[in-house]
Design a protein around this ligand. Structure first.
Ligand code: GDD
Ligand code: MN
Length: 370
């Protein structure tokens, strides 16, 4: 009996994401974008680089942004630093004085109150039609701005983000199979309508819409994803297109905590999103579906696995042969990389949910990524 319940729960836990994957891949992914791309669309763009203790990498990042093949006179860079004590702001000032051709404004906050507050602060000074959030830990190929902006030429598109590739192998490499699953879903959801998961390493928004949603939310961590989802709920598309790859620096130490913190923020995002008006009709229909499934996958599904596992433990303690067998299969299967990565991600989400009860990590500790 115990085993039957456990197997059913496991079937739900693994079945729902598999069915969703299959559905997204066969129904949504082949769809046309239905977006009028314009390669020669060149609006004024404001790039906001939020920094907290980025002295080691900020010069490379500014050089990287400067080498974008986008007209310099249509690019404004705002670096907003939240009182870093490692000289980040001074380095930026120095860089600006060496590159007077670049339109750069530095905002020094004396107090650190988190990334979202800093972004909102910078937004007050942004003069572009498009605002792109550009985390310091990202490296963009030189065509990234163009590749993002061309989609925003279509008035139905409100926000565009990227696909991420880790800069090193090592812990990040383990993610490859999972990344494939994850990226395919982002693109498929975008084709269906919009994806509720964005990346601050490159997240472009129409500025009028950012203003309409009141800037970035400061009560949750996933400011980028949440803002994109709000824009999608307003009836504009928030998409991640296929070709827009950027490279992200991955911490060599504290990798596990890094994953947990990000999971904490995603959980906060989905809880907040479910509390918002998802609308009842019209073009948001697909997005409502997407939000519900993703919320289920992030908020509930990990617990189903935990319950199934616990039931089998109880069974094994009562020396039920069935439970012992099934537990063994579940554990031995960890040699399969994709399964292992999946289970690890479930663990991340479980730890993150519990950790959210203690701290929301809205101001998080800096992990070295050099
Ligand atoms: N101004 C300012 N103030 N910037 C900050 C602060 C702050 O308090 N905290 C972090 N930043 C900056 C970092 O310097 C970096 O440029 C960017 O925000 C992202 O922070 P990281 O510490 O590098 O975090 P990450 O790579 O794990 O971030 C990912 O997850 C976050 C949510 O957990 C990205 O997807 C972020 O965009 C996302 O906000
Ligand atoms: Mn990052």
């Amino acid at each position: 009996m115990l085993e039957l319940v456990a197997v059913s729960l496991a079937a739900v836990h693994f079945g729902i994401p598999l069915v969703y994957y299959w559905y997204a891949k066969t129904r949504w992914l082949p769809k046309p974008w239905n977006i009028e791309i314009n390669d020669s669309y060149t609006p004024k763009v404001t790039i906001i680089v939020p920094t907290y203790r980025e002295a080691d990498i900020i010069v490379g990042r500014l050089d990287n942004i400067r080498s974008q093949d986008y007209p310099g006179d249509l690019t404004e860079i705002i670096v907003v630093d939240s009182g870093s004590d490692d000289g980040t702001a001074d380095i930026v000032e120095e860089w600006a004085s060496q590159h007077e051709d670049v339109n750069l404004r530095l905002i020094r906050e004396d107090k650190r109150e988190g990334k979202a507050k800093a972004l909102n602060h910078a937004l007050n000074y942004a003069s572009g039609d498009i605002v792109i959030i550009a985390d310091a830990d990202a490296t963009w190929p030189s065509n990234s701005m163009r590749e993002a902006v061309k989609w925003l030429a279509d008035p139905t598109v409100g926000a565009v983000s990227c696909l991420k590739r880790p800069n090193i192998s090592g812990p990040a490499e383990v993610e490859e199979g999972y990344r494939h699953y994850y990226n395919m879903l982002r693109i498929a959801e975008s084709k269906a309508y919009s994806t509720p998961i964005f990346h601050g390493e490159l997240a472009a928004f129409r500025k009028d819409l950012l203003e309409e949603v009141g800037g970035f939310p400061t009560d949750i961590g996933a400011d980028d994803s949440h803002t994109a989802a709000r824009i999608a709920l307003m009836g504009y598309r928030a998409i991640i297109p296929e070709g827009l790859w950027i490279e992200e620096r991955v911490p060599r130490r504290g990798y596990g905590m890094w994953r947990v913190r990000r999971a904490q923020h995603l959980i906060q995002h989905f809880i907040k999103l479910l509390g918002e008006d998802l609308g009842t009709k019209g073009r948001n229909k697909e997005f409502r579906k997407i939000v519900k499934v993703e919320a289920f996958l992030h908020l509930i599904n990990p617990w189903i696995l935990l319950i199934a596992f616990s039931l089998l433990l109880v069974g094994a303690a009562q020396s039920s042969l069935g439970s012992v067998l099934m537990l063994t299969v579940g554990v031995v299967a960890l040699v399969v990389r994709m399964y292992r990565v999946w289970v690890l991600q479930q663990l991340n989400l479980l730890v993150a949910a519990l950790r959210n009860l203690v701290t929301r990590e809205l101001v998080w500790s800096k992990q070295a990524k050099v």
